[in-house]
Design a protein around this ligand. Structure first.
Ligand SMILES: NC(=O)c1ccc[n+]([C@@H]2O[C@H](COP(=O)([O-])OP(=O)(O)OC[C@H]3O[C@@H](n4cnc5c(N)ncnc54)[C@H](O)[C@@H]3O)[C@@H](O)[C@H]2O)c1
Length: 246
């Protein structure tokens, strides 16, 4: 397993779903994790800490410069470093395009895309000073595939890939890599509400014949966050059991 001993990692959207999987895997790998979420993540942090992980929860709205800068300042005061930023927080506001409201469009773009501007701006000065860093962001299989009712979401997840490919060209000279993970069909609160027969049908389409787990995504993020992945830059890691590319 790749190790992150002595490193400090921020995981946005760490209180639920895939974010919890990332927090668990990163703490097992030896990182100190700052679990950021607008929702309450104290119980998740307490559970992981009780199992031996080093983790603390900070209530952070990733769309707010003030909220993000305050949390970054607290981490720097206490730990003196930020090695890894995982931009995992994201939302859906699905509606077929002709019914989609401007608010549904704007909120998805703000949480999923503007947040990368806010969080990356806040951590990069510290990564540049250290001449080391890893930024890994959540894209989606639907950035490539598209999905009915997800013009806003698919556009936002494709934008994340463009952001990644451009930022990696600017900061690579400082020892900082910028990559994305594009999860496929992953078990989460969202997928729990889908009827069992629909899930079974979806699984038949996935070459590994199962849906992904938050922990599977944790290991994909871990690889791109490792020192050993230092020559991997600007990519999208497709973590979907083989359903795409076919
Ligand atoms: N679950 C999947 O199948 C799947 C597939 C492809 C991509 N993704 C992407 O992976 C990421 C995680 O997905 P998930 O299924 O775990 O979602 P989730 O809804 O379970 O968790 C997302 C977390 O982000 C937090 N969040 C939302 N807005 C925020 C804000 N403004 N500031 C801080 N935190 C905020 C939420 O409170 C929540 O805890 C998302 O970016 C999602 O788009 C998920």
């Amino acid at each position: 397993m790749f190790r992150l001993d002595g490193q400090v990692a921020i995981v946005t959207g760490g209180a639920n779903g895939i974010g919890v999987g990332i927090c668990e895997v990163f703490t097992k790998a030896g990182a100190t994790v700052a679990c950021w979420d607008i929702a309450d993540g104290q119980a998740v942090a307490d559970r992981i800490a009780a199992n031996g992980g080093t983790i603390f929860y900070q209530k952070v709205n990733v769309t707010s410069k003030e909220s993000v800068e305050t949390a970054v300042a607290e981490i720097m005061d206490k730990h003196g470093r930020i090695d890894i930023l995982i931009n995992n927080a994201g939302i859906i506001r699905d509606k077929s395009f002709m019914k989609m409201t401007e608010d549904q469009w704007d909120s998805v773009m703000t949480v999923n895309v503007k947040s990368l501007f806010v969080t990356s701006k806040a951590v990069l000065p510290h990564m540049i000073a250290a001449q080391y860093g890893r930024i890994v962001s959540a894209s989606s299989i639907n950035a490539m595939n598209g999905a009915y009712g997800q013009t806003n979401y698919s556009a936002s997840k494709a934008a994340i890939q463009g952001f990644t490919r451009s930022l990696c060209r600017e900061v690579g000279k400082h020892g900082i890599t910028v990559n994305c993970v594009a999860p496929g069909y992953i078990k989460s609160a969202m997928t729990e509400s889908i009827p069992a027969e629909v899930v079974a049908g979806a699984i038949k389409q996935i070459p590994v014949r199962r849906i992904g787990l938050p922990e599977d995504m944790g290991y994909a993020y871990l690889y791109l966050s490792s020192k050993e992945a230092g020559f991997v830059n600007g990519i999208t890691l497709h973590a979907n059991g083989g359903i795409y590319p076919i």
